[in-house]
Design a protein around this ligand. Structure first.
Ligand SMILES: C[S@@+](CC[C@H](N)C(=O)[O-])C[C@H]1O[C@@H](n2cnc3c(N)ncnc32)[C@H](O)[C@@H]1O
Length: 349
């Protein structure tokens, strides 16, 4: 077996990750993949955890670099996307699967069509989501995860700005993504997810749970927690409740009565509040004290960089800070200045 030089390995992993289907997700690190891959290559190791995996693009990059990866998030839809793209090594949806899911419904369920009437999408798109789920319920394993991921990405792409905080069409700029019927989106998104499935030969896992309950030992721990913003809020459920509900067909989920957007209850995370973020980071650093920690951090977040470095130094011998220019792929008007904030990587060894 020939072993590629490190720079070529990094370039190959970055090229692979470039094909990863794009979900518009708050704080996603698609654009940081080349820098992250270089840092990961320098750190080395055999096992890696992406403890706050979100869109999954970093966990997928780690897989492409040959790590045995554990991808974790406390929301379900990121965990399902990681199950499809990181944990899944060989399964793909066949043309027959896609034709079945896009064909006539297997039953007469109408939860999405009726619950979100007048709020999101047109009736035929909502009917397709119900109908698709009537078939997805018959799938298991990697094919089920792929089908749910494609459905989630279809809904995200068809929603103006990809967020479910608004129920009108004020952000409708007539893009193709907004005009394409949901069923056609689904066919395209399946093709995109199928295309990134590959067998790394290194068993990987996707996990849905709180970082505080994540066990195991990892050579590399990549941490990209949500941080407390100086103003505004960073609630993922407020923005993505529809995708979270869709990923389980709202089973076991409770829509909050009286909410205009029919959102799900906020999921508490200590990382999002000024009073609890430092303690939560400390506990997380202690948890991964025997891993090399690579932490993503944005300069306008709370706590400040000095506090982060001090907390990291409490468990690590050396702490290196790398500054990267980066603009978030997501932002509201209020976040316009925040988007230009400096992006850092803290590396604790
Ligand atoms: C900044 S995003 C991660 C983005 C990701 N690196 C990407 O490239 O898409 C933070 C993620 O942390 C998750 N999260 C927040 N609190 C958590 C907790 N206590 N345990 C696990 N995940 C959590 C959120 O659901 C969100 O997906």
């Amino acid at each position: 077996m020939t072993t590629l030089p490190v720079a070529d390995q990094v370039a190959a992993a970055v090229a692979r990750a470039a094909g990863y289907p794009r979900l518009r997700y708050m704080g996603s690190k698609y654009r940081l993949v080349p820098e992250l891959a270089r840092v990961f290559a320098e750190v080395g190791g055999d096992t890696a955890v992406d403890a706050f995996c979100g869109s999954g693009v970093v966990a997928y990059t780690l897989k492409a670099m040959g790590y045995r990866v554990t991808a974790n998030d406390f929301l379900n839809f990121p965990a399902v996307i990681a199950a499809a793209t990181v944990a899944n090594q060989t399964e793909r949806l066949s043309d027959v699967d896609v034709e079945l899911i896009c064909g006539p419904p297997a039953d007469d369920r109408d939860f999405i069509r009726s619950t979100f009437d007048g709020l999101y999408f047109d009736p035929s798109d909502r009917a397709f989501l119900d109908s698709a789920w009537s078939h997805i319920d018959g799938l298991t394993g990697g094919r089920r995860a792929l089908a749910i991921s494609a459905l989630v990405l279809s809904a995200a792409r068809k929603q103006p700005r990809g967020v479910f905080t608004v129920t009108d069409r004020r952000y409708d700029d007539g893009r193709r993504d907004l005009r394409l019927p949901m069923r056609e989106h689904f066919r395209e998104r399946v093709a995109a997810y199928n295309a990134v499935v590959f067998d790394s030969g290194r068993p990987s896992l996707a996990r849905h749970g709180n970082v505080a309950t994540l066990d195991g030992r990892y050579d590399l721990a990549y941490l990209d927690p949500p941080y407390a913003p100086p103003r505004d809020d960073n609630c993922y459920i407020k923005r993505y409740h529809f995708l979270e509900g869709l990923s389980v067909y709202w089973r076991g989920q409770q829509i909050m009565a009286g909410t205009r957007t029919k959102k799900l209850a906020k999921k508490h995370t200590p990382f999002s509040y000024r009073h609890s973020v430092t303690g939560a980071l400390r506990a997380t650093f202690e948890r991964f004290a025997d891993s090399t920690i690579v932490l993503s951090y944005s300069s306008n977040a709370v706590p400040d960089a000095e506090t982060i470095a001090a907390e990291l130094r409490a468990v690590k011998d050396t702490v290196e800070v790398v500054r990267i220019e980066h603009r978030y792929s997501f932002g509201t008007h209020a976040a316009a200045t925040r988007r230009q904030a400096g992006e850092y990587l803290f590396i604790g060894r």
